[in-house]
Design a protein around this ligand. Structure first.
Ligand SMILES: Nc1ncnc2c1ncn2[C@@H]1O[C@H](COP(=O)(O)OP(=O)(O)OP(=O)(O)O)[C@@H](O)[C@H]1O
Length: 466
């Protein structure tokens, strides 16, 4: 029988974990604060400590070190309902054995306790390194469970030098995640070199990445370090990694595996070591199957894969993101009306967080002063991922189908879907026409093929400012 000490001010959590411990044949003690837990730990010497982060006195993570002094290497399971980036990083750096996000189910805490009791604690990785100041961090905003899980994965991988593959739709935050991994890693003070592979012209890609010596080609009067050498000791972020031409993939793999590159025209390799983070909105595994991406480079990259969820899967974060982006729009951030927030929550956000940020900036400009209303928002971005062939009509059909599905599956809109759908399409059309004709009804109505008074009436219905 082992002893488990649970430190949490939430009685229901203490009760639940005590139940699990008893079920496993162990004994549990509970404390409602770190101070009380430390007193208990002195006498009862538990085999596992389950520690909440937000506690009335000293917070859980700060208390880890004091618990270590009393309990040595006893496994510590940190639990929290507030899994922001800082907390996840501090938890991993504190050397906690496990980091669980509330709400967790019985099976999760049970598995964590069983693992903790089986494992002899490791002393490595427990050194607390100063976390970078909050102001230096990339601002990855989010509170939804999927974002908390993302913070946890960032914190875990940041503590290692493993290669990372970031998969996610365009604008979902892949580069921001890559920066967060770098900033929370041991090489935070070393370079972070970001390369958008798709933007590199194939003719210069090789010399950009690997460098060249003087005289390597016409016009190369001086030698130049490539991006891989510039990233030495730090992180190389390869955005749109799926677009790397096959011959360059071979050279890249060799560079990563051997820690050296051969600049164009050189006969001596140059040493360079860095963590590589690749990102793609395409399914890289599929590209491997299609023979467009080397499987050996893929396996090297996907040592740790993080999938960044699209914004529509974390719509509850939208108000927080709105506040975040609006607060950066000096000098006076404007308030968003309830109906604007409701409209933002409804949109599909095919362009993800980038589209949301742009929409907030646009609305700020258009609203000029006072509350930001729905009509100040730009039209929602259609899904370009459905066809990707530049055929606007087909894209619009796809986007309309997707939106129709969303509206039809919302029980709150039953009986109003037809009007709602048409108004969503009509409003941007009328707005656009008014914009094009500098707010003049007559030419806008002529172009639309509507009577002037009909246009005016419809605009009034939509409350489009004149
Ligand atoms: N969780 C977030 N909190 C705050 N800002 C975010 C978040 N996610 C993304 N952003 C912002 O959204 C914009 C797009 O993010 P980012 O460039 O990281 O996306 P991406 O997935 O790399 O896009 P692409 O695939 O098109 O390169 C940036 O301005 C970024 O700062």
């Amino acid at each position: 029988m082992s002893k488990i000490l649970v430190v949490d001010d939430e009685q229901s959590i203490c009760w639940g974990i005590t139940k699990v411990a008893t079920m496993l044949g162990h004994e549990a003690e509970v404390a409602a604060s770190a101070e009380e837990g430390l007193r208990l730990a002195q006498t009862s010497k538990p085999d596992v400590l389950v520690l909440d982060v937000r506690l009335p006195g000293i917070d859980g993570i700060t208390a880890v070190e004091q618990f270590r002094q009393v309990l040595g290497d006893v496994p510590i399971i940190i639990i929290t309902a507030f899994g922001d980036m800082q907390t996840a990083v501090r938890a991993v750096r504190s050397g906690a054995f496990e980091y669980l996000l509330k709400p967790f189910d019985v099976a999760e805490i049970r598995a964590a306790i069983e693992r903790a009791l089986r494992t002899s604690p490791v002393a490595e990785n427990t050194a607390e390194t100063a976390a970078p100041a909050a102001g230096d961090e990339p601002q990855l905003v989010g509170q939804t469970p999927v974002m908390q899980e993302l913070f946890k994965q960032i914190a875990l991988v940041a503590a290692t030098d493993t290669s990372v593959l970031l998969q996610g739709e365009s604008g979902a935050g892949k580069e921001l995640v890559a920066r967060a991994i770098h900033q929370h890693s041991a090489s935070a003070d070393r370079p972070f070199v970001a390369v958008n592979v798709a933007a590199l012209s194939p003719t210069v890609a090789e010399s950009e990445l690997f460098g060249h010596v003087a005289g390597a080609y016409t016009g190369a009067q001086r030698g130049r370090d490539g991006l891989l050498v510039q990233a030495n000791g730090g992180t190389l972020f390869l955005d749109e990694v799926a677009d790397i031409p096959l011959p360059i993939q071979v050279k890249l793999l060799r560079a990563v595996e051997q820690g050296e590159v051969l600049p164009v025209g050189a006969d001596q390799p140059v040493k360079t070591r860095f963590r590589i983070i690749g990102a793609s909105h395409q399914n890289l595994k599929q590209r491997v199957q299609e023979g467009e991406f080397r499987h050996d480079l893929y396996f090297r990259l996907c040592a740790f894969e993080i999938v960044i969820p699209p914004l529509r899967q974390r719509a509850d974060d939208i108000p927080l993101l709105v506040q975040h982006f609006a607060s950066h729009l000096a000098p006076t951030p404007r308030a968003f009306a309830e109906e604007t927030l409701a409209e933002l929550a409804r949109r599909p956000w095919h362009g993800n967080v980038r589209e949301l940020r742009n929409a907030i900036e646009h609305a700020h400009v258009v609203a000029r002063s006072g509350l930001v209303m729905p009509e100040h928002l730009p039209p929602a971005q259609p899904s370009f991922q459905a066809t990707g062939d530049g055929n606007h009509e087909q894209q619009l059909t796809e986007a309309s189908r997707a939106r129709a599905d969303e509206l039809l599956s919302d029980p709150a809109l039953a009986g109003d879907v037809y009007n709602r759908f048409l108004s969503e399409v009509e409003r941007p059309l009328l707005n656009r026409a008014m914009d094009r004709f500098s707010g003049e009804y007559a030419p806008a109505a002529r172009a639309l093929g509507l009577h002037r008074t009909t246009l005016k009436k419809k605009l009034e219905e939509y409350e489009v400012p004149e």
